[in-house]
Design a protein around this ligand. Structure first.
Ligand code: NAD
Length: 361
């Protein structure tokens, strides 16, 4: 395969973890005979410092000229809430998702076998393993609805946020979920609040139409409050969970916590045609930036997702994930996933050991 990957290294630990991910990309390219070209894209606080805005003109076009985008992380106290919006890194994040039409956010929550003791749930629950995929709608719902704030005569100020979903928006995210389930264990759990919300009743009716088409996939409706309980009670029951934007925001953080460390969790945001964007779920961790302390695994596993979902190269994705599991099984730990007093390695050494495993496989 010949491909072009946009690299948004970003701020804080972003450049450090992207470096290790690129080294892994190159190791995979060498092993399986691929040619990868990289295009550096400036975005985030570093762009504000360099050119005065966090999302320089042409950012989306540069990314669209590539087959996939790898993002480290953006943000930091230097570009905080007191800055004008065009200088804030978060503005760039929302803009790139919108400009690339990335409406589906995929967040796997996997309890890696060697990390079972990092799971905060009961031992017998952790032992059953966790391997679920949260599919969150990313560009609709209450986060993008019309907002209003006004003075009332007798109740003080009142504020409203409109939650809107169209059949089209629900159908396209639903299809993503069913198709993903076919590549996994064949089960979709659709999360809503249909006992209260009109948007949820529409959501459910669109999902039920899709069920007819994907009759080979097992399906269930789950109310969001019950889902929040089930994720801590019996997460092993879930394969693919699909839900709207705000429910997904909250549940995906809950699901990631039950697996241990945020330094281990990747994500993908995908649309219909533009390149997918792959990034760790963690932020720029300014407290450890530049100290060779960051765990690069979440970014390296984001590369595995890129191979699987953008390039459909499953052997390459499996090799990366197996290499990460092998290094963790050897007891290699960065500080964030180590027990107190345990010997640790830095960002670069963790990356090197994973590459060694890839070569040896
Ligand atoms: P954070 O994820 O950056 O850090 C939270 C804690 O986890 C910190 O103690 C940090 O040291 C640790 N941590 C995070 N990633 C780690 C890793 N790979 N290895 C080891 N430890 C790790 O979250 P935060 O502190 O809330 O945010 C810091 C900045 O990152 C903010 O400016 C925020 O806006 C930004 N942010 C960016 C993204 C993104 O780029 N997608 C996502 C979340 C937060």
């Amino acid at each position: 395969m010949n491909c072009k990957i946009a690299l948004i290294r970003g701020d804080g630990i972003g450049p450090e973890v992207v470096n290790e991910a690129v080294n892994v990309l190159n190791a995979i390219a060498d092993k399986y005979g691929h040619r990868i070209e990289y295009v550096d894209v400036l975005m985030g606080g570093c762009a504000t410092d360099a050119v005065g805005v966090s999302y320089p003109e042409g950012t989306a076009e540069k990314c669209k000229s590539c087959d996939a985008v790898l993002l480290g992380a953006v943000g930091g106290p230097k570009w905080g809430a007191d800055k004008p919006s065009e200088q804030r890194p978060e503005t760039a994040l929302l803009a790139i998702r919108k400009d690339l039409g990335l409406y589906a956010n995929l967040r796997p929550a996997v309890l890696r076998p060697a990390m079972a003791d990092a799971c905060p749930l009961k031992k017998e629950t952790a032992e059953k393993g966790i391997d679920l995929m949260m599919v969150r709608e990313l560009t609709g719902g209450v986060y993008f609805g019309k907002r209003n704030k006004y003075q009332t005569e007798d109740r003080g100020i009142e504020a409203t946020d409109l939650m809107a979903y169209s059949e089209k928006e629900i159908e396209r995210i639903g299809r993503r979920a069913f198709e993903l389930a076919r590549l996994r264990r064949g089960k979709v759990s659709s999360v809503d609040k249909a006992n209260v919300l009109e948007t949820s009743r529409l959501w459910r009716s669109v999902m039920h139409k899709l069920v007819q088409e994907y009759s080979d996939v097992a399906y269930e409706d789950v109310l969001v409050d019950n889902c929040a309980m089930q994720i801590v009670r019996e997460p092993g029951q879930f394969d693919v969970l699909v839900t709207e934007n705000m429910f997904g925001d909250i549940l995906s953080d809950e699901a990631s916590m039950v697996t241990g460390s945020i330094g281990l969790l990747p994500s993908a945001s995908i649309g219909d045609s533009a390149p997918g964007l792959y990034e760790p779920i963690h932020g720029s961790a300014p407290d450890i930036a530049g100290q060779d302390k960051a765990n690069p695994i979440a970014t390296i596993l984001s590369v595995a997702m890129m191979f699987r979902y953008s390039f459909h190269l499953f052997r390459e994705a499996d090799t990366i994930e197996a290499a990460v599991d092998a290094v963790l099984a050897d007891g290699v730990r960065t500080p964030d996933i180590a027990h107190p007093g345990e010997k640790t390695v830095g960002t670069r050494e963790m990356g090197r050991l994973i590459r060694e495993k890839i070569k040896a496989m």
